[in-house]
Design a protein around this ligand. Structure first.
Ligand code: DAH
Length: 330
C-alpha cells in the first residue's frame, strides 16, 4: 500500500503557518489540513479497502497525524496571539507622539527664544543682565518699591506667601531685581532682569498664575522721560518691525512717577498693552540710598504677551502644554 508522506505534509504545514498574517487564517488552515477535502480525509477513505491489520495500523497513524496537525495549528495560533498583544502593549507604553529615532535635534522653548531676543535687543544698547530669586522678601517685592502694606496695589497680588508672617512670597514681579541690584551696586545702572513671576490669577486666554517678565532699569544723571520713550520705542521697533506704531498712555505704578503703559497698534487696528513703565519714584531711590543727583526710568514687559502678539498665539496655555506640534513651529 502506498502511504502518504506525512513528513512532507507536516513540513508544508509549518511553512503555511509561518505565512499567516491574520488570526482568522488559522481556521482555514485547520480545514485545509484536516477537513473533508484534505489529503488526510482522502487517506481515511482508503481505510475501508484495507485488510483488518493494515486498517488498524494505518488508521492509528492517520489519527496521530491528525493530532499533530491540530496541535501544531493550535500552538502556532497561541504564539501568534501572544506576539500580537505583546507588541500592542509595547506600542501603548510608548509616547506615540514622539518619534525619537528621526527627531534627534532639540531647540529652545519659544518663551526662552523670545526672552533671549528681548535681552539681545537691550544688550545691544548697553544693558547688562541681572537676576534675582523667585522666592522674595515682602520688602523687595513691595515695601522697597513704594508699596507699603496699607497700599491697595498690594492686595491685588500678595497672596502667594511662603511663611505665616507674610515676610516671604513667590515674587509677583521682576521689579524686585531693581532693588536687589541697586542695594549692591552704585549708579549708573543699566540692567535688564529676565525671570519668572507668580500671581494669584486664574488661567484664561491671556493670564497664567506663572509667567515671565523682563524688567529694565536705567539710573544715571540727567535721564528724562524722553530717554525712556526713545529706549522703549527702539525696543518695540526692533522686536516687532520698523512699521509698528506705539503710544504711551498715563497709568499708575507705585514705584514710578509719572507712570505709563505702552500700547502697540495691531494688524486689526486694535491697540494692545505690552508693558508698564515710568520714571523711578524718588522714594525707591531713597530706599536703596542713592543720592538725589541720580534719577532714571524703569519698565516691565510680559514675555508671553510679546510672543502671543508676534506669533498670533490665541491662548497662553499653549506655552505650557508641551505639545510638540505647537513647540516645533518655533
Ligand atoms: N512690575 C509691573 C507689573 O508687574 C510692571 C512694571 C511697570 C515694571 C512699571 C516697571 C515699571 O519697572 O516701571 O505689572
Amino acid at each position: 500500500m502506498a502511504e502518504l508522506n506525512f513528513d512532507k505534509v507536516l513540513a508544508s504545514l509549518k511553512l503555511r503557518l509561518n505565512e499567516i498574517v491574520d488570526e482568522a487564517e488559522f481556521d482555514d488552515v485547520l480545514k485545509e489540513y484536516t477537513g473533508k477535502d484534505s489529503l488526510l480525509s482522502v487517506e481515511r477513505k482508503k481505510l475501508s479497502t484495507l485488510s483488518k491489520d493494515d486498517k488498524k495500523t494505518y488508521g492509528e497513524k492517520l489519527n496521530n497525524v491528525n493530532n499533530s496537525i491540530t496541535s501544531n495549528i493550535k500552538k502556532a495560533e497561541q504564539e501568534f496571539i501572544n506576539k500580537k498583544y505583546t507588541s500592542l502593549e509595547n506600542e501603548e507604553n510608548e509616547d506615540i507622539t514622539i518619534d525619537w529615532i528621526t527627531r534627534s535635534g532639540t531647540h529652545r522653548h519659544v518663551i526662552s527664544q523670545v526672552m533671549d531676543e528681548v535681552v539681545e535687543i537691550f544688550a545691544s544698547i548697553g544693558y547688562k543682565v541681572a537676576f534675582g530669586p523667585e522666592v522674595e522678601t515682602s520688602w523687595h517685592n513691595f515695601d522697597a518699591l513704594n508699596t507699603p502694606d496699607w497700599h491697595p496695589a498690594r492686595y491685588e497680588s500678595d497672596t502667594l506667601y511662603t511663611d505665616h508672617n507674610l515676610e516671604t512670597l513667590l515674587r509677583t514681579q521682576t521689579s524686585t531685581v531693581q532693588i536687589r541690584h541697586m542695594e549692591n551696586n552704585d549708579p549708573p545702572v543699566y540692567i535688564v532682569a529676565p525671570g519668572r513671576v507668580f500671581r494669584s490669577d486664574q488661567l484664561d486666554a491671556t493670564h497664567s498664575p506663572v509667567f515671565h517678565q523682563l524688567e529694565g532699569l536705567a539710573i544715571d544723571k540727567n535721564l528724562k522721560f524722553t530717554d525712556l520713550k526713545g529706549t522703549l520705542e527702539y525696543f518695540v521697533k526692533q522686536f516687532f518691525g520698523e512699521n509698528i506704531e506705539t503710544k504711551f498712555i498715563p497709568h499708575f505704578f507705585p514705584f514710578t512717577e509719572p507712570s505709563a503703559e505702552v500700547l502697540v497698534k495691531w494688524n486689526n487696528g486694535e491697540w494692545l498693552e505690552i508693558l508698564g513703565c515710568g520714571m523711578v519714584d524718588p522714594n525707591v531711590l531713597d530706599h536703596v540710598g542713592y543720592s538725589k543727583e541720580y534719577q532714571g526710568f524703569a519698565w516691565g514687559v510680559g514675555i508671553e504677551r510679546l510672543a502671543m502678539l508676534k506669533y498670533q498665539i490665541d491662548h497662553i496655555k499653549n506655552f505650557y502644554e508641551n505639545d510638540l506640534r505647537f513647540l516645533e513651529q518655533f
